[in-house]
Design a binder for this molecule. Structure first.
Ligand code: ADP
Ligand code: ZN
Length: 726
């Protein structure tokens, strides 16, 4: 018997040993019994010396992928991921696989799409007579150029039958569709800065080179990506393109299709249907697709011949997964580029301070695009409107109302942008001050007037809008705060003829909603958009010329040290929506703190000033990127229970296994959002300037938590390395 180490979907930090008469290559998918159930597993190592009694070792039941293995570089990536994020390897491996490959069932490999054309002996045959016009058309199609089955079926619905006949007769020949067809030239000539960026990146093809492409919104970063992607694809290598959100960027996808019409492209994101995702994944792995576009999960796509990675909007928080395996896809992408020896381009108008700092240190090469690419597009003017002494009517000052009225009268498109934090409308009792909170979370319930409900936005809890206050019985309940719904209603009163559209999670709940909304906007059927951060993400609305930002101040009061960075990026991004094409844009920000550094940097649209000041402050406080952090979290039905586990571990470690001196531990403290879905949440932060020391400390913590969890069975714990949540 040969013994194998297998990765299974079980919460164990070591691999499990199973037996098979012959040695199976690493990366093979197999089915095994675990606690009587049949489950999928991946061979990690074969020919190992078993560490347990060989009579207890179970056999591998079935081999699920005889002809294909998960490649070695993919396994290395997963081993690193599990180690770095202190997560069970088997569970990390399964999380990185699409559902189809996590089941103990064989999956057929995607079949290679073929192209058909007349062979030499076909070419000397007479074409079918013209009176059979469909058949004739089919023949001509085969004669003119290689065509796919789909293209042939468009000529004749019986194409498959004829094709089989002609293939048998030797008149038609088939060959695989080239994964990277011809790439049409860009409609644009790159400007000097774009060309410079592209040239520098191209000089590093075939080696590891991380670039930070810092370009203001509309400066043509996408054109730079496309230019280098085209070059890599033409060399026969694959490209991995990561972006924060796919459903919200139909425009980008359209540009990709236009620029790479005959490059086999697969898309991977959480809403891709399960079967499709498995086949896309395999196509990338087998080299049947040249371009892989996806959200954070796509960083785990096995690739046959990777030549370039692009991470667009690299600062975006959605690259970090905030549940289970808490990985940062951008960081893993850099690791992956290094392992693969290929360049990686991180692009943003407001780079994360982590990446900016690396560029300052020279670890990343900085590439800069400082002007808008479109000849007529100018940067918008940004005005800070001090509302400390202005009367507000439903949150809007007179100046803003006038701006909206005038812009509507002139036929412009306006956008009201609501900063998400603390902005949702809540219900409260004016008599006793009672606020309707979620019973499970430390959050106010959000008023959804149309649905007649109060809903918690953090868990599933919802209830009908109550008629009276549960504390004092008062029936006169008041809605406070403006949500998107209320703003929409108020605006409709102000501008009865305006076509107002609200864009939020409710109105874009379904996969195709956003595409429909988007086309409405592009066809100029909308006068005013009202929405939250969804509207900020990379869209290009050429007619948008007035942006109004309401209530952004809330973020300034946050205890999260990243709040200013996040707010600045968000507001720069929203502002960047205005004045994209021939229209001059104006941005108005209502604020009670116009002198705040975030707003001052925003008014001059100067990321560098902001980043420099913010980094200086982080350095003083020894915060990331000047130190590295990990959060050890615990949650339980009560805060006392949650903190108890952490406190016990802390004490044990201090007494018996002191951490390296470079590591400090803070806490336990409640999380900013202390209560979630019925659980109280506490955390301890570990911080160190030395990554190695930090990891060593996490390992110590880890073993203590594993030991203590038996004593505190009702408290759950997790480790978040490089946490973004506070
Ligand atoms: P970013 O990704 O930096 O926001 P885009 O690549 O979307 O910028 O470019 C902004 C706009 O400018 C797009 O409409 C794009 O087609 C146009 N554009 C980009 N590069 C050029 C160029 N070299 N010449 C003319 N127009 C360009
Ligand atoms: Zn809740």
């Amino acid at each position: 018997m040969i013994y194998h180490q297998l990765a299974l979907n079980v919460p164990l930090y070591s691999l499990l040993t199973y037996a098979h008469p012959t040695a199976l290559p690493a990366g093979t998918r197999v089915a095994v019994r675990f606690r009587k159930r049949l489950v999928a597993a991946i061979v990690w190592e074969s020919n190992v010396q078993p560490k347990i009694d060989i009579n207890k070792i179970l056999p591998i039941e079935t081999i699920l992928s005889e002809d294909w293995q998960l490649p070695a570089d993919w396994r290395a990536l997963l081993s690193f991921t599990a180690r770095y994020y202190h997560y069970p390897l088997g569970q990390a491996v399964m999380a990185a696989l699409p559902k189809g490959l996590r089941q103990p069932e064989a999956v057929p490999l995607p079949h290679q799409e073929m192209m058909y054309t007349l062979s030499n002996s076909g070419r000397i045959q007479p074409a079918p007579p013209a009176r059979f016009h469909k058949q004739h058309a089919l023949w001509q199609c085969l004669q003119s150029a290689p065509a796919t089955l789909q293209q042939l079926k468009a000529k004749h619905n019986q194409a498959t039958n004829y094709l089989n006949q002609w293939l048998q007769q030797g008149w038609v020949q088939a060959k695989p569709v080239p994964v990277c067809g011809s790439i049409p030239a860009s409609p644009y000539q790159l400007n000097q800065q774009q060309q410079h960026a592209s040239t520098l990146i191209q000089a590093k093809f075939g080696q590891f080179a991380p670039f930070l492409l810092y370009g203001i919104t509309g400066s043509g970063k996408t054109e730079v990506y496309f230019d280098i992607m085209a070059k890599v694809l033409q060399q026969g290598r694959q490209v991995l393109f990561l972006l924060p959100e796919i459903n919200l960027t139909p425009q980008l996808m359209q540009r990709v299709r236009q620029r790479f019409p005959s490059t086999v492209t697969v898309i991977l994101h959480s809403q891709t249907a399960a079967g499709q995702r498995t086949s896309n994944y395999l196509q990338a792995a087998l080299g049947q697709a040249a371009l892989v576009i996806g959200t954070r999960l796509a960083v785990f796509t096995p690739m046959h011949n990777l030549g370039l990675i692009v991470v667009d909007e690299e600062h975006d928080y959605s690259f970090k997964q905030e549940s289970e395996l808490r990985y940062q896809a951008r960081d893993l992408a850099v690791w992956r580029a290094q392992q693969t020896n290929c360049p990686i381009v991180l692009g943003s108008a407001t780079p994360s301070l982590e990446s900016w700092y690396k560029a300052q240190q020279g670890a990343y090469q900085l590439l800069q695009l400082s002007e808008r690419a479109h000849a007529c597009a100018q940067l918008p003017q940004i005005h800070l409107l001090d509302i400390r002494r202005l009367p507000l009517d439903n949150g809007l000052s007179d100046i803003i109302k006038q701006k909206l009225q005038t812009n509507f009268a002139n036929g412009g498109l306006s956008m009201i942008y609501l900063n998400r934090r603390g902005f949702a409308p809540a219900l409260f009792c004016a008599a006793c001050g009672h606020i309707f909170g979620c019973p499970n979370c430390s959050a106010k319930m959000v008023l959804h007037q149309h649905a007649g409900q109060l809903r918690c936005h953090h868990c599933d809890f919802h209830q009908r809008i109550p008629h009276s206050c549960p504390e004092c019985g008062n029936q006169d309940l008041t809605a406070v705060g403006q949500g998107t719904q209320r703003i929409e209603e108020d605006l409709q009163h102000l501008l009865p003829d305006a076509r107002i559209l609200r864009v939020d999670r409710d109105s874009t709940a379904h996969r195709h909603d956003w595409a429909a909304i988007y086309s409405k906007i592009m066809q100029q059927q909308i006068d005013i958009l009202v929405g939250t951060q969804m509207l900020a993400k990379g869209h290009d609305f050429p007619h948008l010329n007035l942006v109004v930002v309401l209530n952004a101040d809330n973020s300034l009061y946050s205890a999260d040290f990243r709040a200013p960075e996040r707010l600045f990026a968000e507001l720069m991004q929203v502002s960047g929506r205005a004045g994209r094409a021939n229209y001059k844009g104006e941005v108005w920000v209502q604020t009670r703190q116009p002198e705040h550094k975030v707003y001052q940097a925003l008014a001059t649209q100067n990321y560098v000033t902001f980043a420099t000041a913010e980094l200086a402050e982080r350095q003083d406080l020894c915060m990331p990127p000047f130190s590295h952090m990990a959060a050890i979290r615990a949650d339980a039905k009560t805060m006392r229970q949650a903190q108890e586990l952490l406190r016990q571990a802390l004490q044990g470690i201090e007494q018996q296994q002191p951490l390296p001196t470079s590591v400090s531990a803070f806490g336990p403290v409640p999380m900013l959002m202390a209560r979630l879905a019925g659980y109280e949440r506490a955390q301890i932060f570990l911080e160190s300037k030395n990554r190695r020391d930090l990891h060593h400390s996490i390992t110590i913590w880890h073993s203590w938590l594993q030991h203590l969890e038996k004593i505190y069975p009702h408290t759950r714990w997790l480790i978040d390395v490089d946490p973004l949540e506070m």
